[in-house]
Unconditional design. Structure first.
Length: 313
């Protein structure tokens, strides 16, 4: 049975061929990453670009931020695979090694004249506004705005991937977690950082609200794709109902010639893989799929309502 392939990152997915020729060299660096990290980097760049568009950023800023996002995890090339791909929680020692991907990536970019303008993406994307990030524990005034955008896109995609979302249903739970990261939370910190901690959370709340708009767009896109699939299912059920009517006529026909005529009508309406024996079961599967997809649409609309409510908090 045909099923729709809904891209989690919306109808405007970024690809290298959509970008200026001058970017190709930088983006080719992604080929050195493992498939998981490469896909994550592409997702973060996609989100970063679209958030910049919602922010009405200038084209040059958007291009710069997008390339920085593509390259933000480039330092993971040199993180040992047993740490990078560890399925369970990292030990403290392993996490310290993982954290070095920021400075490794920065140094890689600084040594290459073509990558040097984008070194900040690697260095700053784990810095937090309240000074609790790494590698340098910077605060808001010292973290470039493009890096604040990349940070939010990075965290969002990491959670989405970890939770293995296949649809935007319940995606509001991820946004709810990010809202907590945007709230100031005084903990046991050095005295010189307490004043900053009291003003800021880890991430930029204004940028986070822009992510909400992007996610709402993507959810509407999923609804659109699902509605198209619903139309496909309805057409298939209508076709199979027509076959059933011909079958009833064949069963009620008295002449063999009439029976064969109606059976031939059935054959002409069969799709690939369908036959007299299995089409009833196929129709049942279509009807069940139709019920499921209608429920999905209803849940997605409810999800949008929840996200819009969260957006106002």
């Amino acid at each position: 049975m045909f099923t729709p392939d809904i891209d989690f990152y919306s109808p405007t997915n970024l690809k290298a061929y959509n970008l200026d020729q001058a970017m190709r060299y930088q983006l080719n660096m992604l080929e050195n990453l493992d498939p998981f990290t490469r896909k994550h980097s592409e997702n973060v760049a996609n989100l970063t670009c679209r958030m910049c568009e919602y922010l009405h950023a200038k084209k040059l800023f958007t291009i710069h931020a997008t390339i920085c996002a593509y390259l933000h995890d480039i330092g993971k090339i040199f993180i040992p695979p047993e740490i990078l791909n560890k399925p369970t929680m990292l030990t403290d020692a392993e996490f310290e090694i993982m954290k070095t991907h920021t400075t490794i990536g920065y140094n890689m970019c600084m040594k290459d004249l073509k990558l040097r303008p984008y070194a900040g993406g690697a260095l700053y994307h784990h810095e937090c506004l309240n000074g609790t990030g790494y590698p340098n524990g910077l605060t808001k005034k010292d973290i470039p705005f493009y890096a604040q955008i990349i940070h939010i896109a990075d965290v969002y995609d990491a959670i989405v991937t970890k939770r293995q979302y296949k649809t935007h249903i319940n995606i509001s739970e991820t946004l709810r977690l990010l809202l907590k990261d945007a709230e100031p939370s005084v903990q046991s910190l050095a005295l010189d950082t307490l004043s900053t901690q009291s003003k800021y959370g880890k991430i930029n709340i204004k940028v986070l609200r822009i992510l909400f708009k992007v996610v709402i767009d993507d959810t509407y896109y999923e609804i659109s794709c699902t509605l198209e699939y619903i139309k496909y299912l309805q057409d298939q059920i209508k076709r199979l109902n027509k076959i059933y009517k011909y079958e009833m006529k064949a069963n009620n026909a008295k002449k063999d010639s009439d029976k064969e005529y109606y059976r031939e009508c059935m054959r002409l309406l069969f799709d690939q893989g369908e036959n007299f024996e299995n089409y009833h079961h196929i129709e049942y599967e279509y009807e069940e799929a139709l019920k499921t997809r209608k429920e999905v649409v209803n849940k997605l609309y409810r999800e949008i309502d929840i996200i819009k409510h969260l957006e106002k908090q």
